[in-house]
Every structure is written in C-alpha cells, then in structure tokens.
Design a protein around this ligand. Structure first.
Ligand code: ARG
Length: 456
C-alpha cells in the first residue's frame, strides 16, 4: 500500500497512476534528494526533534540508498510515484520504523523545490564551465589567426574588410553576456526552501539557517507560499539557455555557410563532418546544423514552462511537476552543444586564400573611398554618391576599384589625388582605429583583454 493513501478506500486507477508518475524522469534528482534529506535529518536530531540514534540510522540508510542507485542496483517503483517516495519507501525497508521520522517538519512540496534548486545550481556551474571552455577555444583560434582578413557582411553582402579575430571575438562577447546571465540567475536560485512545509511553514522549532549552510545555500526563502510554488529559477535558466542557444545557432549558421563550396572559408575536420549516404562528394556540417536545429527545442522548453506557470493559483499545484523534463532537456541540450563546439573550432582549417580572394577587386573598399573624399571636405552624402557612380562605372568596365587609373578616378571627383592609389585592405583595416574597431592594434588589445577576462 502507498505511504500516502491511508485515508482512501481503493488504490489508484492504473492509467491514472501511470499518468501521474514522475519517477521515470525525476530519478535524476536522487543525489540532491538524498543530500537534502540527510541535511534535514541532521538538523532534526540536532534540534532534538528526533533522537540522535534515529538521525544516524536515517543518514546511514540514505547513504546506502545513494550507493544502490549510483551502482544501478535499485529498481524504482512507478506505483510510488516519484523519487521522493521511492527513496523514503526504500529507507523503510532498510532501517524500519525510524524511516517514518524523516518526513517530520517537511512536505514533498518544499522537498521537491529544494531538489530542483540544488539541481539547477549544479547545472549553472556546469554551464559556466562549458561556456568558459568554448570562449577559450574561440580565443585560441582568434589568436592563431591574427593576420587573417575576410569580408565583413551586412545583409549577407560583402560590406567592409574585418579581421577574422575580430569576427570570432564577437562571439566571445555574446557568450560572455550569456555567462553573466547565468551568474545573475544563480543569485536567485541560491535560496533554500526547506521549512516551508506544504505551504504555510511547519509547526516544529527547526533551524533553517543551519540546513541552508550545510547544503551550501546563500540564503533561506522568506515566504513559504512563494517558496513551494516559485519556479522562476527554472524559467530563468531556460531563458538564459534559449539566448545562449540563439548565439550558438548564429555561429552554426556561419559554420554551415563558411564550410560550403560557395564560401570555402573554413574546412571542417573529418571528425566533425558527416558524409552523405548517396552523394560521395559531400562533407556536411551536421554538428552545426543540429546545434541550429536544437535551438528551437530549447526555445520550446522555455515557452512550455512559462505557459505551465501562468494560471497557477498559490501555492503548490501538481502542474509544477511539468518543470522537470523541460529543464533537464534544456540543460542536456545546452551542455552538449557547448561541449561539442570547442573541438569543432580548434580542428577546423581556415582557408585564408579563399577569404583573400573574396576581398579582391576592392569593391569592399567603397566606404573608404567615400571617407577619402569626405576627409577632403566633400559632404559625406555627396562623397557617397560620387563613389556610387564610380563603382557602377568600374562594374560596367569589368574592373575592380583598385584597378582604376587616377584619370578614371578624376572623372568622378576632382578631389582624388595620387595617394588614392595607395588604398588597400590593410590600410582600410588600420584606419578603423577606434575602441571596438577592427584595426589590428585594437583587435590585439581586445585579444589581450579577452585573455585577462578568461583568466579571472
Ligand atoms: N513529483 C512531485 C513534483 O514533481 C513532487 C511533489 C508532490 N507534491 C504533491 N503535493 N503531490 O512536483
């Protein structure tokens, strides 16, 4: 018979029971559940609510259960609903009646809130470490290709030359903001809910602070109703994960584009590429495509949880059980995506020749020509129009901008002097010497700063 159906006249319907169980997925909380129960039992015996002997028995029994689960020697029972009841029932088998004292001054409502917070805190730590690894990989690749130049794009049209390191550091920045979001979320996750009971607090003289300390929490929750029904920290993790996946999806889109025959800027290592089952010539960027695809899945987890929460009256409602699969999946998906990327980046080859070819003929320096005229006093709008006409002329003549003679330049503005012929990609890069710009000096400084940031 179930531990919690003493007042019922019959067992639960089989389908209803199957519908309600969560052990098939919340078993993953077992180590947090046991750590929480042990801290709770220690506090109960410290405060004299249970005897020392009972406390010790419970703590030892729980350690044995942890061992059994870790070594896959236990079978969970779906009729016991969830991980909390499965562990408690097993404890009864091992230590007998003293097991019944563990749940004194506690409810599954504050227990599951505790487990989820412990799990999420761990997930945040792992996420921060994985983000750091990926940023280190981006930085390594950026440092190894300091001289490489490629077209920067707007509207996916070649716009102005940029350093490859500058381009990679853009992702370094995005992932840095992501890390800051996870860290920020941690401060609100790091709150200990035990002691809230089912919803209103408990009737025993418990010591919440010591439980929080033992479990490594920075604070105890201030309102019991809120504590058992708050899942903001789940949503915040999922929101930060969705944003991070969006960044990884943009990176992935560029990996797909750049490794295509049309761009050819990068060559993926065989270890990170997939062949086609029908077309022998193909080398596909499946890892990047999957990262792009899995982004939708993580967005979905966020939306699902926001929707689950929106109509819930205070305090605990069983709907909250729906928090788990979504969070577990968001964490798994994000961590796997973050972990596969450093290797992909570190092993890919950069084809600097292909990038250089894409810069040839100089149309990408059109802005620099307009700036040239503007610096000689022509209003920028007029300079823009003159260089527009010049570019149209060069295209018609099948010439690059750098292949025009001074006479040809003069047809479009008398302000062009011989020094215009010295304009090239290197000069265009160096000219963008503002903080945050792509001039080599600026990028070298940014690389050094990025190193320091990672070192912290
Ligand atoms: N499996 C439940 C959950 O995930 C545990 C809490 C059950 N509480 C309750 N009052 N039925 O939310």
């Amino acid at each position: 018979m179930s531990l919690i159906r003493g007042h019922f006249e019959k067992d639960a319907d089989k389908l209803a029971r199957e519908y309600s169980e969560s052990i098939s997925f919340d078993w993953r909380l077992y180590s947090y559940d046991i750590a929480g129960s042990q801290a709770h039992a220690r506090m109960l015996s410290r405060t004299g609510i249970i005897s020392n002997a009972e406390g010790e028995l419970i703590i030892k029994g729980l350690s044995q259960i942890k061992e059994e689960i870790t070594q896959c020697r236990s079978t969970f029972k779906p009729e016991l609903e969830d991980i909390h009841m499965n562990i408690e029932a097993r404890l009864g088998e091992i230590i007998g009646t003293a097991a019944g004292k563990l749940h004194t001054a506690r409810s599954r409502n504050d227990q599951v809130a505790l487990d989820m917070r412990l799990y999420t805190k761990d997930a945040i730590e792992k996420t921060l470490a994985a983000l750091r690894e990926l940023r280190a990989a981006l930085l390594d690749v950026a440092e190894a290709h300091r001289e490489v130049v490629l077209p920067g794009y707007t509207h996916l049209q070649p716009a102005q030359p940029v350093l490859l390191s500058h381009h990679l550091l853009a992702y370094f920045e995005m992932l840095g903001r992501d890390a800051a979001r996870f860290k920020d979320g941690l401060s609100r996750t790091d709150v200990m809910p035990l002691g809230s009971g089912a919803l209103a607090g408990v009737t025993y003289a418990i010591d919440r602070e010591s439980v929080a300390r033992e479990l490594g929490f920075a604070a105890v929750s201030r309102n019991s109703l809120d504590a058992v029904s708050d899942r903001d920290f789940v949503i915040e993790y999922e929101a930060a994960a969705a944003l991070t996946m969006m960044h990884l999806s943009r990176l992935s889109e560029e990996v797909v584009l750049w490794s295509s025959a049309e761009f050819g800027y990068i060559i993926l290592d065989d270890a990170y590429a997939t062949g086609s089952s029908i077309m022998p010539q193909k080398k596909n960027a499946d890892v990047a495509e999957l990262a792009r695809g899995k982004t939708g899945r993580v967005y979905g987890r966020l939306l699902a949880m926001l929707t689950t929460m929106k109509g819930l009256p205070l305090s605990y409602n069983r709907d909250l059980q729906e928090d788990k699969e979504g969070l577990f999946d968001a964490v798994d998906t994000l961590l796997k995506t973050l972990s596969v990327y450093p290797g992909l980046l570190r092993t890919m080859k950069v084809d600097r020749e292909k990038m250089a070819q894409a810069l040839e003929r100089g149309y990408i320096l059109a802005t620099d020509l307009a700036d040239y005229l503007a610096k000689k006093g022509l209003p920028f709008r007029e300079a823009h129009a003159a260089v527009g006409r010049l570019t149209a002329f060069a295209l018609k003549e099948h010439k690059g901008l750098l292949e025009l003679s001074l006479d040809e330049y003069h047809r479009f503005s008398p302000l062009f002097d011989a020094d215009v012929l010295q304009l090239n990609v290197a000069a265009a890069l160096s000219a963008r010497n503002v903080p945050g710009g792509t001039a080599p000096d600026q990028v070298n400084r940014a690389l050094t700063e990025a190193r320091q940031v990672l070192g912290e």
